[in-house]
Write a protein that binds this ligand. Structure first.
Ligand code: IVH
Length: 782
């Protein structure tokens, strides 16, 4: 057996680990899970430790990094590492091609085209198929020996695969940090309080230039080969593209985006195609590289100074630009989060004028040490919000002061506070703060909440600013006249010609439509309503869970916070946030007003029978998060006291009699001494009793005609959205799933239904058209 022979087992493990790397980095087709890879690596490590005579430099275990060195040695490149000329316009590309066509007397020659990765150029030297030296580009003639660091980069083969490799082979390419890995690395660093990387390029360059390879090994680096340097002892294919294919066979990752195209049109087509997909690529690129494919042609073209005449980099517009930070404003979000926003001297970045950039939060400002007046580097990639990546310290004006979060909300003047352990600062004004009010209304009206079509940001601004609406409940008091009046006043204020007055007649259709949309939103589901309230931490999933578990708005709005923890995935923080929201008399008033103005929750039902399992005193005591009252202590108390009320009446020594250690008994007594705590326990006890009375004892109570049936929706429906169809089917007890199986009860096929319809037909699952669905829903009152 191989496992009895350490040398054979070691060879086998090395082969499997190398294969795993190759499949992952070169073939982009991983076959083993990370955990399996780690297990194999650990086994190999322990075998090598037990048999030091079997250690070799190109073992996968060597990728974890050797001991640090004091400095990098110099490496003279056997062939200089060239740089590239740049083209920024179509004309410059045309000139480049014309020069080649004229010199070589050819028409529309073939080019190998590749993404220009934004990382660090390196050269890798292989002798007899083994990686012996790796170097940075340096000044092109001499670079730094970073062999030990490069060994830790798993995408770089330590030994060549395949056969027929030259005796000496220098492979050139780019070490880079994939975007996802960069983001994950920074998220980790942030959480650990470590230094974040400024951008993927700096990440790659900085990681390679670590004197301690063990640090490099921690960095998620990757590599693409894009050419060769010195080659001895074998011939390479006659074209660049064929050479890249050969490199791939020898185990090097080669960009899957490489192509061969002809002439200027081919080049520009490639540039546009990749440019359009730039933001979707897994790595940063700053342009594309065009290389004459034929090596003979390359030799004939030769060089000017350090750049070849047969290749050029066609650059994308820069994604980073320097500008001046003119101010830092505070924006107040729906839940009061105070977010600093950078006001910038307008600057063109990647094709658009940028005037604002996000600064994320106060910590980010401190980390970057940005000050008003600073020259800053702004980065904008794709449609993401522009951000400030760093400050140019040399340009800091004298007297620029460090920034601090203002003490007061710039909108309402309430105190800005930061809760313990939270990153965000908040305006404490809640709904008395106009900014929070507007955001709350915007959220309330949004598509996945109350879905008030046509109530856009502009109207919300004007309705609030001109005093027509102070809370979401006021929306349901608005009339067509109010809206027309509001628009007239907004137009006057802005000095704009009223669009609403056409040919001397006041246009009111828009107002009719908006009022109608508001009307339509009055009938809603409990989950939408709970989500619409905009309670901190209550997203759609939590709103849905709360609705499913408690069933009814009246029940929910009277619950003390610990009971919310009965819902799966709702923890202390979320439960407290809901409780806090409901404790505010202003919020309860808004709910009252909404109900008084005709809001109806159409799907109220009894609490879920599953709730019963958690409605007992012990669980409640745990949920209350009383210091030193663990599950065991809570159960002892529940065994000794029949109810929360009984516990509240008991003297402290009874806690000891109940079996609690003195320390827990004391902690509980002190907790109860706080009036608010005692009141909370009493209220929660009562609420639990009420809930128990409401909660059906068994799960089997049928609630709808589609109980236990699974439906699938496919295609587009004309009379309702897919979300709506889903909600209405669910209201009748159906489960709505995303895929068709034999267990599917029926498939609803709308316009342009796709593969799910085919699958249904294939499996003999009944298919309904929209008319059947509408009829069924109507017949069942959904
Ligand atoms: S070829 C003679 N191909 O761009 C050709 N370079 O300014 C030399 N780069 O230092 C380079 N992607 O770091 C080539 N596909 C690619 C490249 C690429 C990125 C970088 C490389 C080089 C710089 C040239």
């Amino acid at each position: 057996m191989a496992s009895h022979d350490p040398a054979a087992r070691i060879a086998d493990l090395r082969r499997r680990l190398d294969d795993a790397n190759h499949r992952y980095y070169v073939l982009d087709d991983p076959t083993i899970a990370d955990a399996e890879y780690d297990a194999l690596l650990r086994e190999l490590e322990s075998l090598e430790a037990a048999h030091p005579e079997l250690c070799v430099a190109d073992s996968p275990t060597q990728r974890v990094g050797n001991a640090p060195s004091a400095a990098f040695a110099e490496v003279r490149h056997a062939l200089p590492m060239l740089s590239l000329g740049n083209a920024f316009s179509d004309e410059e590309v045309a000139d480049f091609v014309r020069r080649i066509e004229q010199t070589l007397d050819v028409e529309a020659p073939a080019f190998s085209v590749e993404p220009k990765l934004d990382g660090l150029a390196i050269s890798l030297r292989y002798e007899d198929g083994r990686f012996v030296q790796g170097a940075t580009r340096g000044d092109g003639a001499t670079g730094e020996d970073v062999t030990a660091n490069l060994r830790t980069v798993k995408a770089i083969p330590l030994a060549l695969r395949g056969r027929d490799w030259p005796k000496v082979l220098e492979v050139r390419g780019e070490v880079y940090m994939p975007l996802a890995a960069f983001k994950a690395y920074n998220a980790r660093a942030l959480a650990d309080g470590a230094k974040v990387l400024a951008n993927p390029r700096n990440g790659a360059a900085g990681s390679l230039r670590q004197l301690d390879p063990r640090i490099t090994a921690q960095r998620p680096l990757a590599f693409y080969a894009y050419g060769v340097g010195a080659v001895e002892g074998a011939e390479l294919p006659p074209t660049h593209s064929a050479t890249l294919a050969r490199l791939r066979d020898w185990g090097f990752p080669v960009s899957a985006e490489s192509r061969v195209v002809r002439g200027v049109d081919g080049l520009l087509g490639y540039y546009r195609d990749i440019g359009a997909r730039r933001d979707a690529l897994a790595f940063d690129i700053d342009g594309v590289v065009y290389k004459l494919d034929d090596y003979a042609g390359q030799r004939e073209m030769g060089f000017v100074s350090r750049a070849p005449r047969w290749a050029i980099a066609h650059k994308f517009p820069a994604q980073e630009q320097a500008t001046v930070l003119e101010g830092i404003d505070i924006q107040i979000g729906r839940t009061g989060a105070a977010t600093p926003v950078a006001r910038l001297r307008p600057v063109h970045v990647a094709g658009v004028v940028v005037t604002n950039a996000t600064l994320h939060n106060a910590d980010q400002i401190a980390r970057l040490d940005v000050r008003v007046g600073d020259t800053v580097i702004v980065r904008r990639a794709g449609d993401v919000i522009p951000e400030i990546v760093r400050v140019v310290p040399e340009h800091r004006p004298a007297g620029a002061a460090p920034w601090a979060m203002p003490a007061q909300c710039p909108v309402c003047g309430s105190e800005i506070v930061r809760e313990e352990g939270e990153a965000a600062w908040r305006c404490s004004g809640e709904l008395s703060c106009p900014a929070q009010r507007k955001e709350a209304i915007r959220h309330f009206a949004s598509r996945r909440a109350m879905d008030i079509e046509g109530l856009g940001d502009r109207y919300i601004e004007d309705l609030c600013d001109l005093g027509y609406v102070a809370s979401v409940a006021d929306l349901y008091r608005l009339t067509v006249d109010d809206l027309v009046d509001m628009k007239r006043r907004a137009d006057e204020r802005d000095g704009t010609t009223p669009e609403t007055v056409k040919a001397g007649k006041v246009a009111t259709k828009w107002a009719d439509n908006l009022i109608e949309a508001i009307d339509r939103s009055r009938a809603t589901t409990l989950e939408r309503f709970l989500f619409a309230l905009g309670i901190q931490h209550v997203g759609e999933a939590t709103a849905k869970a709360l609705a499913a578990w408690f069933g009814d708005l009246e029940t929910i709005r009277r619950l003390p916070w610990p009971l919310f923890k009965r819902v799966p995935d709702v923890g202390g923080e979320v439960a407290r946030a809901i409780g806090h929201f409901l404790d505010q008399p202003g919020n309860q008033q808004v709910i009252d007003d909404l109900l008084a103005r005709g809001l109806v929750v159409t799907d109220a039902h009894a609490p879920s029978p599953k709730l019963r399992g958690g409605l007992d005193l012990a669980t409640l005591l745990v949920d209350l998060e009383i210091p030193k009252v663990t599950r065991i202590r809570a159960e002892q108390l529940a065994a000794a006291f029949p109810s929360a009320a009984a516990l509240l009446d008991a003297p402290q020594h009874n806690f000891v009699t109940a079996g609690l250690p003195a320390e827990s008994a004391q902690a509980l007594a002190s907790w109860l001494e706080v009036d608010a705590n005692a009141a909370l326990l009493a209220a929660a006890g009562d609420a639990m009793t009420r809930l128990l009375a409401l909660t059906p004892a068994s799960v089997s109570t049928a609630t709808g005609p589609l109980d236990g049936q699974t439906a699938v929706l496919t295609g587009t429906l004309a009379t309702m959205t897919r979300d709506e169809a889903k909600a209405r089917l669910e209201a009748l007890g159906a489960k709505v799933s995303g895929s068709v199986s034999k267990k599917t009860a029926f498939v609803v096929a709308g316009e342009a239904a796709g593969s799910k319809l085919d699958k249904a037909t294939e499996l003999g699952v009944p298919v309904w058209d929209e008319a059947q669905l509408v009829a069924f829903l109507a017949a069942n009152g959904a």
